[in-house]
Ligand binder design. Structure first.
Ligand code: FPP
Length: 249
């Protein structure tokens, strides 16, 4: 099926968040000697997915590239992933710049090795004026880490008299999160058949549609992205209201 042709441009999600999963299993399926082979091919899927989002006018794409918990993997894999990020950014920065893609990062970036952080900062700086699509990499990120920081900061600002406790509401909390410059995602995709959220954007996905696919991340591509968006467009988002209230609008 040509899902791209079926997509309604009026109902394209503004923000898609993705949990990229299954690189290790993909490598195993290919009888590769190590999991890094899967991560290398995962970068190709990042490229295809970003391009597909740009093609259909998605404005924000946020990828869970490395979680706080991922630091617990064997150091060979962690080091290889950090080096892969440098290599991928080196290769892609020119194209990001040329194609109107703005690079951003969320997470505890101070945890990253210097070379990775510097490449990332270079990419963020060089693409800062791009407007077509904001590509955010979640690195050393976890939602509970983000929420703990936000709550700590709100408590400090409240103690300092900068905010009134009575003024704490959804909007204020969102403004203390790493994602303060991004709208909430309408669609969250997770690949590889796992059906869990794994500490990703817990606050921001309150009303997101969830899409799980068995496809392993390195096999994810333009067509798969279009299919997920089409699937999302078939759903009715009610935000707690009843169906008639939505259609009457
Ligand atoms: C999950 O698969 C994948 C990761 C933890 C890393 C994802 C990173 C990339 C795709 C490369 C990032 C590059 C850029 C440019 C953003 P897994 O290792 O958990 O696979 P498994 O569940 O099959 O073991």
């Amino acid at each position: 099926m040509d899902y791209r042709a079926l997509i309604d441009p009026v109902k394209t999600p503004k923000h898609i968040a993705i949990i990229m999963d299954g690189n290790g299993r993909w490598a195993k399926q290919k009888f590769a000697r190590n999991r890094i082979f899967g991560h290398h091919n995962g970068v190709k899927a990042v490229r295809k997915t970003t391009e597909a989002c740009r093609q259909i006018g998605v404005q924000y794409l946020t990828l869970y590239a490395f979680s706080t918990e991922n630091w617990n993997r064997p150091s060979t894999e962690v080091n290889a992933l950090m080096a892969l990020l440098v290599q991928a950014l080196e290769k892609e920065i020119n194209d990001l710049e040329k194609n109107g893609i703005q690079l951003k990062a969320i997470g505890n970036l101070g945890d990253l090795p210097k070379a990775t952080r510097e490449k990332l900062e270079e990419g963020i700086y060089r693409t800062r004026n791009n407007k077509k699509l904001v590509l955010t990499l979640a690195l050393s990120y976890s939602s509970r880490w983000e929420l703990s920081n936000a709550i700590r900061q709100i408590a400090e600002d409240s103690k300092a008299g900068i905010i009134e406790p009575a003024a704490i509401n959804d909007e204020l909390i969102s403004s203390y999160l790493e994602t303060r410059d991004l709208p909430d995602p309408e669609l969250l995709i997770r690949t590889s058949g796992e059906q869990r959220i794994s500490n990703y954007m817990l606050w921001q996905i309150a009303y997101s549609e969830l899409y799980f696919t068995k496809t392993l991340w390195p096999d994810f591509n333009e067509e798969q992205l279009y299919k997920a968006v089409w699937d999302y467009q078939q759903r009715e988002r009610r935000f707690g209201k009843i169906s008639e209230q939505i259609t009457a609008k």
